[in-house]
Design a protein around this ligand. Structure first.
Ligand code: BTN
Length: 242
């Protein structure tokens, strides 16, 4: 496997994208950096963590799905591979907060940013960016963040954690591409944060109560409202208040 290790870079997602423009890269090429100066989060947010303590990396996944309308399957495979890795290292109570934040209890341990590109021949290349808090112990000002070491009470070898994620990622991507996709969805739903539990949501600056029933195959959150109707929301539309 081609693993490119960098000390500091703007963003591993952006760097991998730039590399793709100038050279042919093999499937599952990885770019990992000790520090990102312009780490990107979902919805234009910034991903900023303590340099050197955590894992910030991106993986190129070529032709993950044959058609873009099934691309959320890749989110499922990636979220599960991170969740499984955390469980492998005995991090307790792992949940997937839709669409693909990885929580320990109700605190975020990892974030995922997948950027897809459709080539002129229709092939889909996905840049899978993962930020996993491994050994950071101080989350001043971020009460909803945690790390593997905070949760387990020991330091982890980042190299070992990275290799475990990559191992699971390949397995889950393969499983997703075979006919076991439904099993992955079952696993995703089993780990889905607050499934079947009443909670508060925010849409257009107003709050409402609802119950998460699941996630549709296209990645929409299915929420049962107080009048018992079930409505589907896209990532941009609604926020979970937790
Ligand atoms: C989120 O939860 O908002 C997603 C965070 C994704 C962060 C990772 S760190 C490695 C990769 N490079 C980036 O610039 N972002 C992703």
């Amino acid at each position: 496997m081609n693993i490119i290790k960098l000390n500091a870079i703007h963003s591993t997602n952006d760097y991998l994208k730039e590399l793709l423009h100038i050279q042919l890269l093999e499937n599952f090429t990885v770019v990992v950096a000790e520090h990102q100066t312009k780490g990107k989060g979902q919805m234009g947010a910034v991903w900023s963590v303590e340099p050197g303590k955590n894992l910030t990396f991106s993986v190129l996944v070529k032709d993950a799905v044959p058609e873009i309308n099934t691309i959320f399957n890749l989110n499922v495979a990636v979220a599960l591979s991170v969740a499984k890795t955390l469980e492998y290292f005995n991090v307790p109570n792992i949940k997937i907060k839709w669409p693909n934040d990885i929580l320990t209890g109700n605190k975020k341990t990892a974030g995922i940013l997948i950027e897809n590109n459709i080539g002129s021949n229709g092939a889909i290349h996905s840049i899978v960016g993962i930020g996993l808090n491994v050994n950071q112990s101080n989350f001043n000002g971020l009460p909803k963040a945690t790390s593997m070491s905070v949760e387990v009470g020991e330091e982890f070898n980042k190299e070992q954690v990275l290799h475990k994620i990559l191992e699971y990622l390949k397995l889950y991507v393969m499983a997703m591409q075979s006919n076991t996709t439904e099993l992955l969805w079952d696993e995703y739903h089993l780990k889905l944060y607050k499934k079947n539990i009443p909670m508060t949501f925010e849409k257009n600056n107003s709050k409402f109560m609802g119950i998460i029933k699941g996630v549709s195959r296209t990645g929409q959150l299915q929420v049962q409202l107080e009048d018992d109707s079930v409505v589907e929301y896209s990532v941009k539309e609604v926020r979970l208040l937790y």
